[in-house]
Design a protein around this ligand. Structure first.
Ligand code: NAD
Length: 489
């Protein structure tokens, strides 16, 4: 396998007030290709001054942007969408060399482009309401932007999240400061180059790179940031919520982690259930918030399901993420690799290892992890309770529907759950009982629908994103009551 991947061909910079620039103190951090461990770029580490400059630029640009015709805003959106599509191959390559995402499954640029196109047309649905239910008054509500919005995104599907957050916040008249993840900053930096070309006025759409400290934390506690949309871990979500509470009580939307269950009943289409559940854990090397990492199979079909799952899961083409034939790349970086391999060792102590179980750093010279299956994992084991974020399936069995539900719901997470059965009554009963923001019936993650709300129950998050829901996250509601002189009647 040839893992000699080329050096990124551009120099990542911050976009602040329409200017591409280095960090104010010139500092950078090194980014390494997880498949080869070669350095691919020096990335600017935004300083406190950079964060303040980006927020100040966004604040200064916001009134004029909010006053502009939504049609004019939409023009930038459409140009931007076209540019994202045009640069999709380059973005796919940058993601592959920075966090190991196979180019074969790269869809983010097209998805983000569709998002900008959707919101370019959706502005007319930003509507308040009016009534004459209060005698002597006309009452109405106005929907208005918050002002400056911060978007903090993770590394696993960066440009998709950039689209999810920036398109609805910008079309509603807010201005934005987006911070990319330190593990996958190259695609956001590339997108920063396209912002001016699309015609966004300076200061409207700012993009910075850096670690949680200082830039992420500063955005969370910044007094001029009025709303913050975050996707990432529960740990960081809590810190952001706390920083928001301690500063200006900014509105916070949180899309957090998961430990998603999939319930396979004995009347299910086993072949489909095997294919779907294995794909859910292989996609992006299992680094997906909604991956079905806990699989529960009814006892009567367990031997058949487990054999088929192991065969299917092991078959994956593991290797160089820049190659079209690769299905599964490495874990995103050394930290992720160490986390996952630590969980593998934990798993060997608590469950029964049925497939894989090792990291391949020694043999492949990159952060690759074998597709791994554990059986009979105690429900209170660390690997059953915590998010592993790797290609690791825990398969347990159950006898009855109520037992399956009790096990599925015995978690602090609640992002995605799925049920496989041909019994329509059971499917609906189980879908109702699962404590989860999303339920797949005879399908599982990453299957979603763009017009459905996405978000978590319990510690998996707060708020919902989706084509019909995201604009609400970035709009205040103002009530206006107008006294009507009725003397003339
Ligand atoms: P992370 O929480 O480590 O980092 C996410 C972002 O937060 C990064 O940009 C990081 O720099 C920033 N950050 C770190 N510390 C911060 C702080 N103190 N203040 C503000 N920002 C800070 O998460 P990650 O490892 O990048 O992503 C993986 C996690 O994201 C997993 O838990 C996964 O389940 C979750 N995720 C959730 C969804 C969803 O839609 N619910 C989608 C994808 C990923």
């Amino acid at each position: 396998m040839n893992l000699k991947l080329q050096q990124a061909e551009f120099r990542p910079q911050l976009l602040i007030n329409g200017k591409l620039q280095d960090a104010s103190d010139g500092k950078t951090f090194a980014l390494y290709n997880p498949a080869t461990r070669e350095k691919v770029a020096d990335v600017p580490e935004a300083t406190a001054d950079d964060v303040n400059a980006a927020v100040a630029a966004a604040k200064a640009a916001q009134p004029a942007w909010a006053k502009s015709s939504p049609d004019d805003r939409a023009k930038c959106f459409k140009k931007f969408a076209a540019l994202l599509r045009e640069h999709s191959d380059e973005l796919a390559h940058l993601e592959a060399i920075s966090m190991g995402r196979p180019v074969k499954s790269y869809f983010d640029a097209y998805a983000a482009a569709s998002e900008f196109e959707h919101y370019a047309e959706a502005w007319a649905t930003i509507q308040g309401q009016a009534s004459i239910n209060t005698p002597g008054f006309l009452t109405m509500t106005l929907r208005q932007p918050f002002g400056v919005v911060a978007a903090i995104i993770p590394w696993n599907v960066p440009i998709l999240f950039l689209g999810h957050k920036c398109a609805p916040s910008l079309i509603t008249g807010n201005t934005v400061v987006l911070k990319s993840s330190e593990k996958a900053p190259l695609t956001s930096a590339k997108v920063a180059e396209l912002v001016n070309e699309a015609g966004f006025p300076p200061g409207v759409f700012n993009i910075i790179s850096g670690h949680g400290m200082p830039s992420g934390a500063m955005l969370s506690s910044h007094m001029d940031v009025r709303a913050l949309s975050f996707t990432g871990s529960c740990r960081t979500g809590r810190l952001i919520q706390e920083a928001a509470a301690k500063s200006n009580l900014k509105k916070v939307v949180l899309e957090l982690g998961g430990k998603s269950p999939s319930l396979i009943f004995e009347d299910a289409n086993i072949e489909k259930a095997v294919k779907d559940t294995a794909h859910s854990l292989q996609w992006n090397s299992g680094q997906v918030c909604m991956a079905n990492s806990r699989i529960y199979v009814q006892k009567s079909i367990a031997p058949k399901f487990i054999e088929a799952f192991k065969t299917h899961f092991a078959k994956v083409n593991h290797g160089d993420p820049t190659k079209q034939e690769t299905d599964m790349g490495p874990q995103a970086d050394e930290v992720q690799y160490k986390n996952v391999t630590r969980y593998l060792e934990e798993g060997k102590k608590s469950g029964t290892l049925a497939l894989g179980g090792t990291g391949k750093l020694e043999t492949m010279n990159g952060y690759f992890v074998e597709p791994t299956v554990f059986l009979d994992v105690p429900e209170d084991a660390k690997i059953q309770k915590e998010e592993i974020f790797g290609p690791v399936a825990n398969i347990n069995t159950f006898e009855t529907e109520s037992e399956a539900l009790a096990k599925a719901n015995d978690t602090e997470f609640g992002l995605y759950a799925s049920v496989y059965t041909k019994d329509i009554d059971r499917a609906i009963r189980v879908a109702k009982a699962l404590e989860s923001g999303y339920v797949g019936v005879n399908c599982t993650s990453p299957q979603t629908a763009r017009d459905l709300p996405f978000g978590g129950y319990k510690a998996s998050g707060q708020g919902r994103e989706g084509y019909l829901h995201s604009m609400d996250n970035f709009l205040e509601t103002k009530s206006v009551i107008i006294s009507i002189a009725e003397d003339g009647l």
